[in-house]
Design a protein around this ligand. Structure first.
Ligand SMILES: *Cc1c(COP(=O)(O)O)cnc(C)c1O
Ligand SMILES: [Zn+2]
Length: 402
């Protein structure tokens, strides 16, 4: 069953619907954990993908479209953790098939699309959603249309969307405007929308929460920190950990901590004012293009996740984002795109502010791979030294000998 998160209006699973007809708010797929009778040990003998938890995925198992997404690395970060005085783990979502966590949502969303029998899927995207949708629609054999904000999409992501055969339209305007336009096309039934306003996307993404508590030996960390753009992922992970809590697999719940870029921070602004009223940002701007979003569609869900979990929201500057990106790469060997390192930048800031206690067990989610935005990576480095393939010349440079 699909439910409105605001007025609780209910809709059939197979109704193609993106907003509540009664009040216009966002929707959620209701999963009744009382009806799921599976011993948590059973998961351990299954392949390490998100479908390991298929009982919690409200779609037809015979229609699964998958690239073995999920089961991503969960790296303990000793060095960085020690410096900050916390027990730090990083969940590396860049290791998904197309290089971001979007694959989790797309696998379940595309499965729903097959169940519904649609022939065209579409999205507006800051980049990663389009890359993922293009790959999964190729796998499913469906037509794929994507709208991207002109000039604001990282090169790797654009290449993926085009290479996998999507029809890519570069729109004059920002993400929010592109999403508004494609939503109208979806409502007129020209395509099935697979942005995170589609509640089935979030059903896939909640598996990040499943994996974290499973990795920790069926325990919740004290805190989960992640970047927030359209605010679907933080909502999804919160839904996931609550479902495992309801199922009796874990006793505690994590403080959900959402980090936004200073130039695109409507959620953090609302949190500061301790309100549910998100005021959209007219012209969002940040180097972290994946979270360059001014009017997050899942703001209600995200703010509830933050307030209900006794969590937090904070902003970080572009400089802090880029510094954290480099530090994670050089200290821990984990290469991520700028949006992802907002979680690390946020962690550092909240430790400094004393908001995070010493010794907390923290999981930072790094959402996308370094190579997604190779230009930003290259720009942070100096030019390589040009040299002859000559041993003496090499020694001169490397060993500093004459
Ligand atoms: C989509 C995306 C985000 C933002 O996630 P939301 O669910 O929109 O809040 C952050 N980082 C990366 C790399 C992304 O692709
Ligand atoms: Zn409603």
């Amino acid at each position: 069953m699909i439910e409105c998160v605001n007025c609780n209006a209910k809709y059939d699973d197979n109704e193609v619907i993106y907003n509540c007809k009664e009040c216009g708010s966002v929707l959620e797929v209701a999963v009744n954990t009382d009806e799921i009778n599976i011993n948590k040990e059973t998961f351990d003998c299954r392949k390490d993908t998100l479908w390991k938890y298929k009982e919690f995925m409200p779609v037809d198992e015979t229609k699964i479209v998958s690239l073995d997404e999920g089961g991503t690395p969960f790296c303990k970060c000793e060095k960085l953790g020690k410096e900050l005085g916390v027990d730090l783990y990083v969940k590396v979502e860049g290791s998904n098939p197309t290089g971001s966590f979007k694959d989790r949502g797309m696998s379940v969303g595309m499965t729903k699309a097959m169940e519904l029998g649609v022939d065209t899927v579409g999205c507006a995207s800051t980049g990663n959603t389009s890359a993922s949708l293009a790959a999964y629609s190729a796998r499913a054999g469906l037509r794929c249309v994507v709208l991207l904000p002109s000039g604001k999409v990282a090169l790797g992501k654009l290449a993926q969307a085009m290479f996998h055969g999507a029809e890519v339209l570069s729109v004059y305007g920002n993400f929010d405007e592109a999403l508004e336009a494609i939503t109208v096309l979806a409502l007129e039934k020209h395509l099935y929308l697979l942005n995170s306003i589609n509640p089935y996307r979030l059903e896939g993404q909640k598996s990040v929460g499943f994996e974290i508590v499973n990795e920790l030996g069926w325990k919740s960390p004290d805190r989960i920190i992640l970047p927030v753009g359209n605010a679907g992922n933080i909502s999804a992970i919160w839904k996931g950990v609550r479902e495992f809590h309801n199922a009796g697999y874990i006793k505690d719940l994590p403080m959900m901590t959402g980090i936004q870029a200073e130039g695109a921070s409507p959620i953090a602004n609302a949190f500061r004012k301790n309100t549910m009223d998100m005021v959209p940002i007219e012209n969002p701007e940040t180097v972290a293009t994946a979270i360059r979003i001014g009017a997050p569609v899942s703001s209600i869900k995200a703010l509830r996740a933050i307030y209900d979990s006794n969590g937090y929201s904070e902003t970080v500057t572009d400089d802090e984002i880029l510094a954290a990106q480099l530090e994670l790469a050089r200290k821990e060997g984990i290469g991520v795109e700028p949006a992802s390192s907002a979680s690390i930048a946020g962690l550092k800031k909240l430790v400094e502010q004393g908001e995070i206690d010493k010794g907390e067990q923290i999981v930072c989610i790094v959402t996308g791979h370094l190579l997604k935005d190779s230009n930003t990576g290259i720009n942070a480095c100096s030019e390589p030294i040009e040299i002859d393939a000559d041993v003496d010349a090499l020694k001169k440079v490397l060993l500093n000998k004459d």
